[in-house]
Ligand binder design. Structure first.
Ligand code: DAH
Length: 340
């Protein structure tokens, strides 16, 4: 009796597996036969009533039925999965010749790029990189740089004053003052940053631009040291040997003060539009730190001396890339910025 039931179960379930059209059908047939409350479980319960030798014989049959069904179930399930994968692969395809979607990763602003190059150079020569505030005190921006309020040099830079009595720094030179007071001699520092002037904006004037200040204070620092570092700086920026010349220049915080020119790189000094046919292009202001400036920041000028320089990063970037309108640099215009 149980034997017939088992044989019938095997036949019916194999038939159900064979006619299953989906994984769900297949699973339904499996649960019906092999599930916890399925036919096989029900038949197994009857085994308790059997004599031991009967039970052994039918037990073997039961195991073989179970094995057959499981094997067939696995095989059929695998076939369903393979068919599903084949269908997916047939529908899913990539045209590798299509252009990839555009990726716009952004880039560093050309002024930032130049600034980082110069920072790398100077840190390799033992200079610290300092930052100072953009909103400054009159003392740091002017007085401590030997520009008292009565000094005509205050008019050299059109200042944006705040109602608080503070000002927007007109140059990076106040960071010299902060450097002297913070580091104490001997020290070497540079200070890149934004500066602000009360300017009428046009193609060559911006109210906001970038400078890079440098200062070295030690025993017996001379113009020779200044020239060495400036040649190293400019050769590194222009990636070739440069010829420089110093002209006397007036800045209240240095004595002697210089304007430093380089031999025009466009015409090699012959004369062209870039150098206004002079053969030379003005690069930066520099000089030996004025004793008053050292003294006002608690450095004894009898013992220590130093040089300082101020480089116009914005102007240098314009020269490097042949940019003829300074306003483009702050425009935020992606058509301009993505070129760098
Ligand atoms: N601060 C000056 C300016 O903005 C530039 C300058 C000139 C800086 C001479 C210096 C220097 O450190 O020694 O025009």
């Amino acid at each position: 009796m149980l034997e017939t039931q088992l044989e019938e179960l095997r036949r019916a379930t194999l038939a159900a597996f064979a006619s299953a059209n989906s994984l769900e059908d297949l699973e339904g047939a499996r649960v019906e036969a092999l599930g916890r409350k399925g036919s096989l479980a029900r038949i197994t319960k009857e085994f308790g009533r059997l004599a031991p030798d009967e039970r052994a014989r039918l037990g073997k049959l039961l195991n073989s039925v179970k094995q057959d069904l499981e094997t067939e179930y696995d095989a059929k399930e695998r076939r369903f999965e393979e068919t599903a994968l084949a269908e997916r692969l047939a529908n899913e395809w990539i045209d590798v010749t299509l252009p990839a979607p555009g990726v716009h990763p952004g880039s560093l602003h050309p002024v930032t790029q130049l600034q980082q190059e110069i920072e790398d150079l100077f840190t390799s020569m033992g200079f610290a990189v300092l930052e100072g505030p953009e909103v400054e005190t009159e003392e740091h921006n002017f007085d401590a740089l030997n520009i008292p309020s009565t000094h005509p040099a205050r008019d050299m830079q059109d200042t944006i004053w705040l109602t608080s009595g503070h000002l927007l720094r007109t140059h990076t030179s106040p960071v010299q003052v902060r450097g002297m007071r913070k580091l104490g001699p001997p020290f070497r520092m540079i200070a890149p940053g934004r500066v602000f002037r009360n300017e009428e904006v046009d193609a060559s004037h911006e109210h906001t631009f970038h400078q890079l200040e440098g200062m070295m204070v030690d025993r017996e620092v001379s113009v020779a040291n200044l020239i060495y570092f400036m040649k190293t700086l400019l050769s590194s920026i222009f990636k070739r040997e440069v010829t420089i010349r110093l002209r006397p220049g007036y800045f209240p915080f240095v004595e002697p003060g210089f304007e430093l020119d380089i031999h025009c790189l466009i015409c090699d000094g012959v004369g062209c539009a870039v150098c206004k046919y002079s053969g030379w292009v003005e690069q930066l202001g520099c000089g030996l730190v004025h004793p008053n400036v050292l003294r006002m920041s608690n450095i004894d000028p009898e013992e220590w001396s130093g040089f300082a320089f101020g480089l116009g990063l914005t102007r240098l970037v314009m020269m490097r890339y042949g940019i003829d309108d300074v306003r483009q640099l702050l425009s935020g215009d992606l058509r301009f910025l993505t070129q760098f």
